[in-house]
Design a protein around this ligand. Structure first.
Ligand SMILES: [Zn+2]
Length: 227
């Protein structure tokens, strides 16, 4: 079994902290790694394995989700943002907690290695080999703090901004230092509620590449085309 588990630590800014300039949009290293593995498997004519790795980037057409309390509406709204942004390429469907691939957990306090954070995304992307039958495993948990680190309640908009940001990680985007971008530091004063064009372009590009690998692997695997 090959497994990549990634944590995305999401910090926030409330004042003019010095930010190092960086790219406005970036794909997670784990996603790039899976895409590279998909290409390697395709070249080695391991078509089903190539498809499985490509699907880790593409995600299933339907992803099930659930939330732990009455803030389910925020989870719903954050997913709707991404469904619209991706033009329906991925659909999120609500289901009972124990069946959900993506779980939202809203808590009063959230910390990671002793540091207060507004949100945390944990995603497990894996390909399992069941006696030559390769299967994709993709699960995620999104934690959102209902309070700010200073003790004030987090507003609906800040929690929604955090949730949309964390779903961006689940879909494959990394953090950037670019303030004002969805995947930049989360702002409590000017929350960003949707991906910017550059972020959508980065995600779309990697999804298209994975889609091409999956398509070639499927066609070559079924003998419809040959190299
Ligand atoms: Zn983040």
């Amino acid at each position: 079994m090959f497994s990549l588990k990634s944590y995305s630590l999401c910090t926030f800014v409330t004042c003019g902290a010095l930010i190092t300039p960086s790219a406005h949009a970036k794909v997670l290293d784990s996603v790039e790694t899976n895409l590279a593995k998909a290409r390697t498997c395709l070249e080695a004519e391991r078509y089903q394995e190539a498809q499985a790795y490509a699907e880790l980037t593409l995600l299933p057409r339907i992803v099930t989700y659930s939330a732990n309390n009455d803030l389910l509406g925020i989870a719903r709204a954050s997913l709707k943002t991404w469904e619209d942004a991706l033009g329906g390429q991925v659909s999120f469907v609500e289901c009972p907690w124990y069946d959900a691939s993506l779980k939202f957990d809203f808590r009063p306090k959230l910390s990671f290695y002793g540091r207060d954070v507004l949100g945390l995304a944990t995603t497990r992307r894996a390909v399992q080999n069941w006696c030559g039958d390769f299967r994709t495993v993709l699960t995620g948990s999104i934690e959102v703090s209902t309070f700010l680190p200073n003790g004030d309640s987090a507003s609906y908009v800040v929690m929604l901004s955090t949730a949309v940001h964390e779903v961006g990680h689940f879909l494959g985007l990394d953090d950037t230092a670019h303030r004002g971008s969805l995947m930049g530091p989360i702002s409590t004063q000017k929350p960003t509620l949707a991906p910017q064009a550059s972020e959508l372009a980065a995600l779309t590009s990697v999804r298209q590449q994975a889609g091409m690998v999956a398509l070639f692997a499927e066609l070559q695997g079924t003998g419809l085309i040959s190299q």
